[in-house]
Write a protein that binds this ligand. Structure first.
Ligand code: MN3
Length: 200
């Protein structure tokens, strides 16, 4: 079964002014579409066609680089759109308690994620993940993610922030820290909390 591009759960301009309309149009419609198309090409006629995306990630070292790059790209961007929402939502409940217990405060978590994102050289992702029931911050290069068997820090990602230049360059140019500061205004903590509960 071929993969398809998931529809954005909001309009292209809905994350303005934090993420601009043109970036969303190109990022979703061109970059993510290309990961989907190239993943389908890379899997065509192989046993990977019958595997779930999660199964592919868990054994990614057994697959060609095209599956790693494009399968990771498809997984990561599908997660990314879902953890953003216009205006953001408030953090509360079990996840808020776990963040306070693990990091001291939400602000400290944001600092750690922003540091993970700004210190990732070149392209990659900053992650909040669940590993052995605990919250952990990490980053990965390229389109790798914590589900992959080759990841330095493995676990279930519940929040991912894309730090490829294509995610921010039109509006923020070289100022990756400004993009990272702004994105917290549009985080969908309801979705991150759902993913946290599912990961436990
Ligand atoms: Mn991207």
């Amino acid at each position: 079964m071929a993969y398809t591009l998931p529809a954005l759960p909001y309009a292209h301009d809905a994350l303005e002014p934090h993420i601009d309309t043109q970036t969303m149009q190109i990022h979703h419609g061109k970059h993510h579409q290309a990961y989907v198309d190239n993943l389908n090409k890379a899997l065509a006629g192989t046993d990977g066609e019958s595997k779930s995306l999660e199964d592919l990630m868990a054994n990614i070292s057994a697959y060609p680089a095209a599956v790693r790059n494009n399968g990771g790209g498809h997984y990561n961007h599908s997660l990314f759109w879902s953890v953003l929402t216009p205006g953001g939502t408030a953090l509360s409940g079990d996840l808020e308690a776990a963040i306070n217990e693990t990091f001291g405060s939400l602000d400290t978590l944001k600092e750690k994620m922003n540091t993970a994102g700004t210190t990732r050289f070149g392209s990659g992702w900053a992650w909040l993940l669940v590993a052995d029931g605990k919250l952990v911050v990490s980053s990965t290069p390229n389109q790798d993610n914590p589900l992959m068997d080759i990841a330095e820090v493995k676990g279930t990602p519940i929040l991912g922030i894309d730090v490829w230049e294509h995610a921010y360059y039109l509006k923020y140019q070289n100022k990756r820290p400004d993009y990272l500061a702004a994105i917290w205004n549009v985080v969908n903590w309801n979705e991150v909390t759902s993913r946290y509960k599912a990961a436990l």
